[in-house]
Each structure stands twice: as structure tokens, then as C-alpha cells.
Ligand binder design. Structure first.
Ligand code: F6R
Length: 249
């Protein structure tokens, strides 16, 4: 996996934001839509800040952009401050000129298994109908999850309901206040959904991510670390800071 190491996350996100802006503008110039796969969590916050800045100060328009978010907790009302719906609007969508009907985020309000299954099938179809994802932004969990594809996820997995790993729940306590308030389930794009994206850019900052970055980049491809499946992607790039790179040999 090609790894680009920057001294700081601030520098790193500038490069990624520039790549996204170039893609959006190139597509716009030929009247094409640009389909972005987006992540939540701490890792992409600065990237979204930089994209908002480019919109405000450099006229970067998102009118031709279609987005598909990786995941959402289940159950989760959209208006909850812990929801990924709230996160995306707060950090990005409320501050740019994207058409609201081009925004797609898994629905954490669905009740029955039937509704959830139908939603997941339709999510895959919606991605295909837009021509597939041009660029997928990822973070990585300390379990090696991408999206919420925890250890044991198949490389062929598609959008579906999943159960969160214990370590993932533990890492989410900071957002929910206590363990029993953290949802135990989520709807996530699959590893297979992510692998179909034409380009994948994974962001990781800080020394807490150093062991899983090492395992992902240097380890054997295995579903015990689902992010290792990215070794088999033909256009993937890890953009990390020096602390996250700290254990690479
Ligand atoms: C979020 C997602 C997760 C996070 C991962 C890292 O949409 O899919 O895989 O990217 O848990 O989270 P942070 O960035 O908070 O360390």
C-alpha cells in the first residue's frame, strides 16, 4: 500500500483536499457528476474544514457532487448529535452548496430486518446508478475496521447491518458518555462496496493508530484485520502523520 507520511495532519489534509477539489472541478468541466464516498469520525474533520474553506475562499462548488457515507449507528435518530447524519451536516454539508438530494447516508431509524435489508440493497443500487464511487475517503478503527466492517467481514461483503466490536464500542464511549449508551449495531457499506471505489484514500493520525497501520500495511491479508483487504485495491493511498507511521519498518 502506498503510504504518504506528513509531519502534521494539517499538511496532509491540504493535499487530500486539493486532490478532491481537482477531481470535482475536472468532472464539472465535462458536466459530469463526482461521486464521493465519505467517512465520519475524528480523522476526516480537518479535511472537511479545508473543503469548506476552499468553498468559501476559492469558489469550489459541490453542485455536481454526489456523496455516499460509509455508515450510521443503529438505532440512531437523524437529529441526535451523535448521529453521523448530524456529524456530516455539522462539519460539511451545512457549509457547502451540495444539493441535499445528492446526499446519501445509511438510515439508522429503520426498525424491521426487512426494512433494513431492503434499504441496504437499495443503497448498493443507488451507488451503481450514479456510476460507482470515484473517490472513497476512509478512516481506520483500532480493530482494523474500515466503515464498520469489523474483523470477520468478508472481502465480498456489501451494505448490511453489523454488530460493533467491543474495542469499537469502547472507543465510542467518548462520544456517548457511557458504555451502555453506545449503540451496538450499525449499517455499513461492505468491504466489497469499498473495494469497488475507483480510488481509496485512508486517513490516520496519532500514535494510537500506529499499531493498526503497521498491521494493515505490513501484515498478511486476512479478515482478522479487514483493512488489509485494501492491499488488493489497485488505486489506494494511505495519508498519515508521523505518529501514525511510528511503527512502520
Ligand atoms: C466512520 C467509520 C469508521 C472510522 C474509524 C476511525 O464513518 O467508518 O471506520 O473511520 O472508526 O474513527 P476515528 O477517525 O474517529 O479515529
Amino acid at each position: 500500500i502506498p503510504v504518504q507520511i506528513y509531519e502534521t495532519a494539517d499538511e496532509a489534509v491540504k493535499a487530500v483536499a486539493r486532490e478532491i477539489a481537482d477531481l470535482v472541478r475536472t468532472k464539472a468541466a465535462s458536466s459530469e457528476k463526482c461521486v464521493l464516498g465519505l467517512a465520519t469520525g475524528v480523522s476526516p474533520i480537518k479535511l472537511y474544514q479545508e473543503l469548506v474553506r476552499m468553498h468559501r475562499e476559492e469558489g469550489l462548488s459541490f453542485r455536481n457532487v454526489v456523496t455516499f457515507n460509509l455508515d450510521e449507528y443503529l438505532p440512531m435518530p437523524k437529529e441526535s448529535e451523535q448521529s453521523y447524519h448530524y456529524f456530516m451536516h455539522h462539519h460539511l454539508f451545512d457549509h457547502i452548496d451540495i444539493d441535499p438530494k445528492n446526499i446519501h447516508i445509511p438510515d439508522g431509524t429503520l426498525q424491521t430486518e426487512e426494512e433494513i435489508e431492503k434499504f441496504c440493497e437499495d443503497y448498493e443500487k443507488a451507488i451503481d446508478a450514479e456510476g460507482g464511487i470515484d473517490l472513497q475517503v476512509l478512516g481506520i478503527g483500532r480493530t482494523g475496521h474500515i466503515g464498520f466492517n469489523e474483523p470477520g467481514s468478508f472481502i465480498t461483503s456489501t451494505t448490511r447491518k453489523v454488530y460493533l466490536n467491543d474495542l469499537t464500542i469502547k472507543d465510542a464511549i467518548k462520544d456517548f458518555g457511557s458504555r451502555n449508551l453506545v449503540p451496538t449495531k450499525a449499517i455499513t457499506m461492505g468491504v466489497g462496496t469499498i473495494m469497488k471505489a475507483r480510488r481509496v484514500v485512508l486517513l490516520a493520525w496519532g500514535e494510537k493508530k500506529a499499531p493498526i497501520i503497521k498491521a494493515t500495511v505490513e501484515g498478511r491479508v486476512s479478515d482478522t484485520v479487514p483493512a488489509t483487504f485494501l492491499q488488493m485495491h489497485s488505486d489506494v493511498q494511505f495519508v498519515i502523520d508521523e505518529s501514525a507511521a511510528g511503527e512502520l519498518t
